[in-house]
Design a protein around this ligand. Sequence first.
Ligand code: GLU
Length: 310
Amino acid sequence: MTTRRARSRPRLTAVLFLAALVLPVAACGREGSPPVKGPRPEQLPVYRVATGFQLPGSSVWEAARRRGHLVVGAKEDQPYLGEKDPATGTYSGFDIEIAKMLAASLGFDPKTVVFRTIASANRETALQNGQIDYYVGTYTINDLRKRQVGFAGPYYIAGQSLLIRKDEKGIDGPQDLAGKRVCSAAGSTPLQRLQREYPRARAVAYDTYSICVDNLISLQVDAVTTDDTILMGYAAKAPDVLRVVGRPFSREPYGIGVPRSDTALRLALDDALEQHEKNGDWKKAYDATLGLSGVPAPAPPPVDRYPAAR
Ligand code: GLU
């Protein structure tokens, strides 16, 4: 496998691709320009901030209370899920909304949440060393990760899929990957599955999926593999260039990562998530964000309150 942690200089294609992502927004309001597909603030739910909320058994909550705000880990380059506006520094997307609705239930004004971008490979360490209070960013719950961190949720079920160039003829699904250069993020479950189940593919790993997509557009790789949610977002933003192919070939239940020992926080987040699913916030948030990449809101999966870690 090839692992490249960073690129030395931005490629022209990166600039072009970014332009493709940014241009529709920039074109907003110009006469004859197409409607902008993106969350509008008035379509997003307003979350009621809990008053008098206490969580004495949670050291993370106590520290956040003293600090006055929550610090939440997220992604910044995943359309409709976790995206950071480079001009304003504002984060948006379904994962960001999940983080905000949970913050409100914990007694914090969602507007005060400080988001910090953490790549797939660094999530466990960030939670273990107290860099963040919790993490919401396409984070698959699995037993291996549960040895290092705790997970509230799940709040969504995704599945591994493939993104290719629109004119690619030779790839219809994972069975066609032998000899192909396939890019994914270091530390992700799709990269592990690719290496384990499709060893004849030539795996290439970068820190983020946006670097993979850049490499796909510039013909450096033949496909990008990760969750369908993430890939559909890239395809929706550049439909003339990219497409998602085949059917999902894994089950990726998304959880909210918390420090492993803070069971009180994990269970409080489970309670909060259920409340927001019941009162319609979850669906409203989905429709205004991830729903824009083309899939109608499914029913949210049942929350899994698993026994405390020993
Ligand atoms: N859900 C997968 C994972 O947690 C892939 C997406 C990601 O890297 O965040 O590894």
